[in-house]
Design a binder for this molecule. Structure first.
Ligand code: UGA
Length: 427
């Protein structure tokens, strides 16, 4: 397993739990020694336990140096980052560098498997780079969500394997034989496209929902009822229908941009996808406008309490977090930000990060929920109200119960739902 990020570490630990012998390689010596001691830096339920068990069973080890690690492998998985490069395309330098590093020492018949999300045609390119006919290249995209990566790996909806050498693809599929999941065997290009097509579809679905939420606000409808009514339709499904401050994270933004670029490369103008990306930016701006409205129209000098910074609940990942995107606009417009996230500490430019949710309420003109951590629902909102200067709560995840907020003497506004105004008490 080359690369011990979310994907490589989860895949390595889970394949070891299925009975395989796995060596995880990384260039980061300090990380390799932490992992060898069972210390996992990322917040991923069940992962540290699997790493411990794999090490104890002698089926999982961590080393520096890919060339030595692959010499006796039957399969080598490339799990290195493919970040957004110049102009929005996937940056394949890490994949290419590893391929060049190990190509000549791979044993005969060893499958070279791409787990990293790579544009269509990359398998072919890797095959050329390796320059050997006795090393089949197989695409085996991952569908792991951060925060539930172990559960997703061990209970997958499907396994996808693709190669121009179908026997090699089937063999890689058999590594997952312990799991009860359909295996889709495809040509290399189709397998590579599955990953982008799936992530981009999810992004389209979310932009659509955020647009419908905006319509709800303008038409006086309630998005929670609209999506409930839509979700019972099995063709639509009930998941990925929650509006929010926009979609983010380390995958959806980079994969949508990369697929637009891939489409451009074959002269296809993928307007549906570019609209979804534009809509995501518009959603962020609408959220900022909502927050500005809550503090009387001017953000300059307003004190905003922020609940949640991670790109979604259940993770400490801040990469392409919509919460941070909203905060950076608020900050640029002069707001004074005090933020709390149960999984995030340390310094973040443009805001004060505190380690207690109640501190964000202190003297705040408005409190904004940006990540859907369940614990925010269970705060003592009457105590929050006491601490606040203003009375507005902007709940960009529709997480809180509006009645609880109103009972605390505050006003609630969500996304695509009717506002719940504070009751005016006349004494
Ligand atoms: C995503 C895909 O869901 C995985 O299948 C894929 O393997 C992974 O990318 C990847 O390519 O590695 P992830 O980035 O962990 O997983 O995050 P998601 O759970 O998909 O959430 C993405 C964004 O959509 C988040 O900002 C989240 O808050 C937002 N979202 C999700 C909503 O706003 N509403 C929803 O109903 C669901």
């Amino acid at each position: 397993m080359v690369g011990t990020g979310y994907v490589g570490l989860t895949t390595g630990a889970c394949l070891a739990s299925l009975g395989h012998y796995v060596t995880c390689v990384d260039v980061d010596r300090a990380k390799v020694s932490r992992l060898s001691a069972g210390r996992v830096d990322i917040l991923e339920p069940g992962l540290a336990d699997l790493v411990d068990r794999g090490i104890a069973a002698g089926r999982l080890q961590f080393v520096v140096g890919a060339r030595d690690a692959v010499r006796h492998a039957q399969a080598v998985f490339l799990c290195v980052p493919t970040p957004m490069g110049a102009g929005g395309s996937a940056d394949l330098r890490a994949v290419e560098a590893v391929t060049a590093e190990i190509g000549d020492v791979l044993p005969r018949g060893c499958a070279l498997v791409t787990k990293s999300t790579v544009p269509v045609g990359t398998s072919k390119r890797i095959q050329e780079l390796v320059g050997r006919t006795d090393v089949p290249v197989v695409s085996n995209p991952e569908f792991l969500r951060e925060g539930t990566a172990v559960a997703d790996f061990l209970g997958p909806d499907r396994i996808v394997v693709g190669s121009d050498d179908l026997a090699a693809a089937r063999w890689v599929g058999e590594l997952y034989a312990e799991l009860d999941a359909p295996v889709v065997v495809a040509d290399a290009a189709s397998a590579e496209l599955v990953k982008y097509a799936a992530n981009c579809y999810l992004a389209l679905k979310l932009s659509y929902v955020n647009s419908i939420a905006e319509l709800c606000e303008r038409l006086g409808a309630d998005i929670s009822l609209v999506t409930e009514g839509m979700g019972y339709d099995r063709r639509i499904g009930r998941t990925f229908l929650k509006p929010g401050p926009g979609w983010g994270g380390s995958c959806l933004p980079k994969d949508t941009s990369a697929l637009v670029k891939v489409a451009e490369s074959v002269n296809y103008d993928f307007t549906m996808l570019t609209s979804a990306i534009d809509e995501n930016l518009a959603q962020r701006d609408r959220i900022v406008a909502k927050i500005a409205g809550a503090v009387g129209g001017t953000l300059a000098g307003a004190r905003i309490g922020v609940l949640g910074l991670a790109f979604k609940a259940g993770t400490n990942d801040l990469r392409d977090s919509p919460a941070l995107a909203v905060c950076s606009v608020l900050c640029a417009l002069g707001a004074d930000l005090i933020a709390y996230d149960p999984a995030v500490d340390g310094e973040i430019a443009g805001m004060t990060v505190v380690d207690d949710a109640y501190q964000v309420a202190k003297d705040a003109d408005a409190v904004v929920v940006l990540t859907e951590w369940a614990e925010f629902k269970h705060l003592d909102w009457a105590a929050m109200a006491e601490l606040m200067e203003g009375i507005d709560v902007v709940d960009t995840r529709n997480l809180l119960d509006p009645r609880v907020i109103v009972d605390a003497g505050l006003s609630w506004q969500g996304v695509g739902r009717p506002r719940a105004a504070a009751r005016i008490t006349v004494s």
